[in-house]
Design a protein around this ligand. Structure first.
Ligand code: ATP
Ligand code: MG
Ligand code: MG
Ligand code: MG
Length: 439
């Protein structure tokens, strides 16, 4: 992409309304524009990162055997009356009436709708296990939308639902989700720690939230510092193996890690004092086994091998896809701008032409651009007639992992400069060597 032809409306001023770094940087880097409170347009750069994150989520869900689909944003109130949540949900639900006076709502989540789909088509244990998911916009009329996309009213979420014959099977689905979430966040360059969460009115031990440690996080968290040494890494996992998935769950949840909702001072006191940590975190996902709550209320039953009709065991599992942009930036930025992890960066590399219009510089930049594209990479070539300082500031702000700087002086001896955004280190090398280093 040529920057002169792109749409990257960067802001020079720091927007006054933004209280935290990620919100400030997303506005300054021209990634989003507020449409109304908690509702954003995704400008090209922001949209590109959103799609990268979404793609990782899709790949990891499908690797775990979960099946993608798509449900609408608008739902009928009828289903929610059946589950009893139409009244229980409260003012966070945006209620809409259509021209025929039918009660509708903009979905805050999809348990009811998926349960309705399930009960309409599945009647036998032979069709289980089944996990369906979608990535779709949600609306929650948050009291205090803030921090940009972190707490929006309209936000993009992956929500998946498992249907199983027994509690044991449903807990295997729970564990599969835990593993697939660990993999997803790591691919985004994030450490998200599973912490025991509050089961709410349904209760039970089977819910974990995934938290990214950050000073600006809205949750207070308490944990054993050993947990931050754990990495899923590139180990192989067989998602069909109950033992393997269970072992990962045990490894990642056996140490103390809880949010303020479930924190227990007495249990925390058993952690050696030097390993006890109190911090703040951003919730980027949650997994939940809730048994037969919806299947009983809504009649989602299957017949067993013995011909008995039983309600299915379910769970729901969410990832905050749009919130993740904020969380990644909170975890990875400096005073000059964003520092994208390789896995989600909108472009792999920036090319800065220090003398636009100079035929040697232009030719070298174009060669670089073509060679990177040929390698399957996506470079952003700053071909604007701008001062070097302004070009560098833009590249630092938008946070691409690599920058190649091309200038007349270097070209005389056949070199360009390769700069790493994270370390700030620069090195001179031939065009070919720079191309080799990236990707
Ligand atoms: P929170 O505690 O932050 O209000 P939640 O527990 O209500 O979130 P869930 O119902 O667990 O949210 O939804 C799954 C995921 O969707 C959350 O883990 C979070 O990452 C994301 N999410 C929830 N609410 C919002 C929001 N208002 N804006 C952006 N992302 C959100
Ligand atoms: Mg909430
Ligand atoms: Mg929460
Ligand atoms: Mg939650």
């Amino acid at each position: 992409m040529r920057l002169s032809r792109y749409f990257l409306p960067v802001l020079k001023e720091t927007p006054a309304e933004a209280q935290i770094a990620s919100h400030r940087l997303m506005l300054r880097a021209g990634m989003i524009k507020q449409a109304s409170a908690g509702i954003y347009s995704w400008l090209p750069l922001g949209f590109k990162v959103l799609k990268k994150i979404e793609q990782i989520v899709h790949e990891e869900q499908q690797r775990a055997g979960h099946i993608p689909m798509l449900m609408p944003t608008l739902q009928s109130a009828e289903l929610w009356r059946e589950s009893g949540r139409y009244d229980a949900y409260g003012p966070e639900m945006l209620r809409i009436r259509d021209r025929h006076d039918r009660d509708m709502l903009y979905g805050p989540t999809n348990e009811e709708m998926i349960t309705d789909i399930f009960r309409s088509h599945v009647t036998s244990y032979k069709d289980l296990p089944l996990t369906l998911y979608h990535i779709q916009w949600k609306f929650r009329d948050e009291v205090r939308p803030r921090f940009g996309v972190m707490r929006g009213r309209e936000f993009y979420m992956k929500d998946g639902y498992n249907f199983d014959l027994t509690k044991e099977d449903a807990l295997h689905a729970y564990n599969r989700h835990l593993v697939s979430y660990l993999r997803s966040y790591e691919r985004m360059g994030l450490q998200a720690i599973p912490m025991r969460a509050d089961g709410g009115p349904i209760g039970g031990d089977y819910t974990h939230e995934f938290l990214v440690l950050a000073e600006t996080g809205e949750s207070e968290v308490f944990y054993d510092s050993e947990i931050t040494d754990l990495r899923f890494g590139d180990r192989e996992i067989d998602y069909d193996s109950v033992e393997q998935c269970q072992a990962v769950l045990e490894e990642f949840t056996s140490r103390y890690a809880r949010t303020d909702e479930t924190h227990d001072e007495a249990v925390f006191a058993e952690v050696p004092e030097e390993r006890r940590r109190t911090a703040r975190g951003i919730e980027v996902g949650q997994i939940f086994y809730f048994g037969t709550k919806y299947s009983e209320a809504m009649g989602a039953v299957v017949s067993t091998a013995e011909g008995e009709r039983v309600p299915v065991h379910m769970g729901s599992h969410g990832i905050g896809v749009s919130r993740l942009l904020g969380a990644i930036i909170e975890a990875s930025h400096d005073e000059n701008g964003i520092i994208w992890p390789e896995g989600v960066t909108p472009f792999h590399c920036g090319i800065v032409n220090l003398r636009q219009g100079d035929s040697d510089c232009d030719a070298a930049c174009e060669r670089l651009e073509q060679a990177l594209i040929a390698k399957g990479l996506d470079p952003l070539y700053d071909d604007r007639e701008e001062r070097a300082g302004a070009k560098f500031a833009t590249m630092d702000l938008i946070g691409l992992p690599w920058r190649i700087t091309v200038g007349p002086r270097g070209l005389k001896t056949g070199v360009v400069e390769l700069t790493n955004r994270r370390t700030g280190e620069s090195e001179e090398m031939s065009l070919e060597a720079a191309i080799d280093r990236i990707g």
